[in-house]
Design a protein around this ligand. Structure first.
Ligand SMILES: NC(=O)c1ccc[n+]([C@@H]2O[C@H](COP(=O)([O-])OP(=O)(O)OC[C@H]3O[C@@H](n4cnc5c(N)ncnc54)[C@H](O)[C@@H]3O)[C@@H](O)[C@H]2O)c1
Length: 265
């Protein structure tokens, strides 16, 4: 794909960068001229991706980090500054889901989803904001979901975190606007990533389960991780100057209709 250098010279911290939307974002950002810090727990994967992205010059570094642990996140921001000297873009993408009814949750499971999806953003913002201030035109993209707006079956804690991310996004946008920091939320619909596949594979017939879900999507498609990464790029780069505190929904029309059933042609 052709690059127009939309992030030339910028440094981006990307959580959950070893798969799915995070990985696609890291690849696209490097193509657009950024250096990226690949944040993830699975260091063999992040190292392999960094190696692939570091062709003629160092453009990626892998940092082992559990985003639900403040010390890890704090150290990962330090590693960003140590490796690349600055921080311009923060992508809060790491996430997880348990699919079950609320009464089946243990307290530990509730805390795990809250911490990975939401508290992790408090940690990265707490430790990253002073560097974004220094950058002069810092951007933050938080990854929400269509579950930021509507409920979905058997994902009560996930849905709670994704709704909360909208509130956090607005608060950060207001409080740091004076520092010329923009903060927005991207809200994807059904996207073909390992998270989706794991869920589908727990169904008796994964292909049928996907087809069933896609019948409710007006465009009738699952998004690719690159589709979502391109919208994240838009919110992270100067193309979206003037946009802050809002959310961009990329869902192939899923949340547009109260009722929809794609008729086979
Ligand atoms: N796939 C979809 O249909 C869809 C739809 C809406 C929103 N999203 C959101 O997109 C984001 C990315 O998910 P994805 O679909 O690419 O799935 P994915 O499973 O490929 O990516 C999630 C990433 O987060 C990482 N992660 C999980 N817990 C972590 C922790 N404690 N510390 C560090 N990293 C951790 C995982 O290792 C993985 O790399 C998530 O926030 C998810 O909620 C996905």
């Amino acid at each position: 794909m052709k690059s127009s250098g939309k992030l030339a010279g910028k440094v981006a911290w990307i959580s959950g960068a070893t798969s799915g939307i995070g990985e696609a974002t890291a690849r696209l950002f490097v193509q657009e001229g950024a250096s990226v810090v690949l944040i993830g727990r699975r260091q063999s994967l992040s190292r392999a991706l960094a190696k692939e992205l570091n062709t003629s010059e160092k453009r990626a570094c892998a940092v082992a980090c559990d985003v639900s642990k403040e010390t890890d996140v704090c150290n990962s921001i330090r590693a960003t500054i140590r490796n690349f000297g600055r921080l311009d873009v923060l992508i809060n993408n790491a996430g997880m889901v348990h699919v079950k009814m609320l009464h089946e949750y243990t307290e530990a499971e509730w805390d795990q989803v809250m911490n990975v999806n939401l508290k992790s953003m408090f940690f990265s913002l707490k430790h990253g904001l002073r560097h974004l201030r220094k950058a002069g035109d810092g951007t933050i993209v938080n990854v929400g979901s269509i579950s930021s707006f509507v409920g979905q079956a058997q994902t009560p804690v996930y849905t709670t975190t994704k709704h909360a991310i909208l509130g956090l996004t607005k608060s950060i946008a207001l409080d740091y606007a004076a520092d010329n920091i923009r903060c927005n939320c991207i809200c994807p619909g059904i996207t073909d990533t390992p998270m989706l596949r794991e869920h589908l594979n727990s169904q008796p017939d994964p292909d049928a389960a996907l087809a069933q879900r896609l019948r409710r999507v007006p465009l009738g498609i699952a998004l690719t991780p690159l589709n979502v990464a391109q919208s994240i790029l838009f919110l992270a780069c100067p193309d979206s100057s003037g946009i802050t505190g809002t959310s961009v929904v990329i869902d192939a029309g899923y949340t547009t209709a109260a009722e929809w059933d794609c008729q086979p042609t």
